[in-house]
Design a protein around this ligand. Structure first.
Ligand code: SAM
Length: 345
């Protein structure tokens, strides 16, 4: 159960792989199998109804539990079974064909293949993941999807030198790091209070406090990863995402990274899925205990506790299982304050 919604009630979204086919062709194929096309906003009640998605240009909604595992369009890589919310990061980043992109925590590669689909297989995607088995899955799945612009790198993203080639020229970064997964049905940690971590003695033998400490550790890692992404010299925009519902992994990471990386700001709502109604949560955020890389300073340490204004929160995207019938999810879209062209070469 997520926010009172069972996994069985979450609508089935399929992403059309534009490298293999088009949304119109898939709709036609489903219509011949007696699926009825409804308006994009309609609730799908019948097992044989479908609609275009109202937020994703390449998304199709099907009723909960629709099984497409054996469908030839799925087997050929033309359809990707992907939750709607997890299609948001690549949609928001929207790298134009020809761009150079890092997918910094890429495996198993759903968002990587989405990037390739949106780029029409033109440009370069550096798919980085620290886990060799998961990266092997990425190579297999993106190969099946017909992606030809993905270069896999099995390494720790934190060890990638931003000034080394080919990374020094990267235009965009998608960062979807390990998180608590608390937005996913099976991982919900609703009993946790974000702010309360407790010390090791207090935590001993108390699984709830152990979970809170785990969240604090994840948040510190996420701040380090996002700060590292912001150190790539030519990067223009960055999308950060989690499938967590906890502020400490979401708004708190955003507020902290803005405070220590004055060269970046949140991209406006107008360029971050403006019609999606659920936005970030404004106000003060939980503190994240984190060791910053050498040379990175706290620019706003005088104004602790950190907080997000209403306008900043409005730039962020949240998804709630109960309200949106997706998994719980979070997306933040950052842009460089100065034009990249103004930076020294
Ligand atoms: N973006 C993926 C997708 O849509 O299919 C899911 C990514 S999953 C949430 C997080 C991934 O980050 C895992 O595959 C994990 O191995 C990888 N990871 C964790 N820490 C990393 C690090 N320091 N450097 C590179 N990859 C890392």
């Amino acid at each position: 159960v997520v926010d009172g919604t069972t996994t069985d009630e979450i609508e089935r979204y399929v992403r059309v792989n534009l490298l293999r086919t088009s949304v119109d062709k898939v709709i036609k194929a489903f219509q011949t199998k007696e699926f009825e096309l409804k308006d994009s906003g309609a609730r799908l009640n019948d097992t044989r109804q479908m609609s275009r998605d109202s937020h994703l240009q390449d998304g199709i909604r099907l009723p909960p539990k629709t099984d497409l595992q054996a469908h030839p369009l799925y087997e050929s890589g033309a359809l990707i079974l992907q939750d709607k919310a997890s299609c948001f990061p690549a949609t928001v980043l929207a790298p134009e064909p020809g761009s150079r992109v890092i997918d910094a925590c890429a495996a198993p590669g759903n968002k990587t293949s989405h990037l390739a689909s949106l780029m029409g297989n033109v440009g370069q995607i550096f798919a980085i993941d620290a886990d060799p088995k998961r990266l092997a899955t990425l190579v297999r799945l993106t190969g099946r999807a017909g992606c030809r612009i993905i270069e896999p790198y099995c390494t720790n993203f934190l060890h990638v030198d931003p000034y080394s080639l080919p990374f020094a020229h990267v235009d965009y970064i998608l960062l979807d790091p390990s998180c608590s997964g608390s937005g996913m049905a099976h991982n919900r940690l609703d009993h946790l209070v974000d702010q309360f971590v407790g010390d090791a003695d207090e935590r001993a033998g108390n699984p709830q406090l152990d979970q809170a400490a785990r969240l604090a550790g994840l948040a510190a890692f996420q701040v380090q990863m996002l700060t590292h992404a912001m150190s790539f010299p030519r990067v223009k925009r960055i999308v950060y995402s989690t499938c967590s519902i906890h502020a400490i992994e979401n708004e708190a990471v955003v507020a902290r990274c803005l405070a220590i990386n004055p060269g970046f700001r949140l991209a406006p709502r107008a360029r971050s899925l403006p019609t999606w109604p659920r936005r970030g949560i404004p106000g003060s955020v939980p503190h994240i205990e984190v060791e910053l890389p050498e040379g990175v300073e706290e620019h706003e340490s005088g104004s602790l506790p950190l907080s997000l204004t209403d306008d900043q929160a409005d730039c962020l995207i949240r998804c709630s299982a109960a309200e949106d019938r997706t998994h719980g999810f979070f997306v933040a879209h950052f842009e460089r304050v100065a034009d990249v062209e103004e930076l020294p070469a």
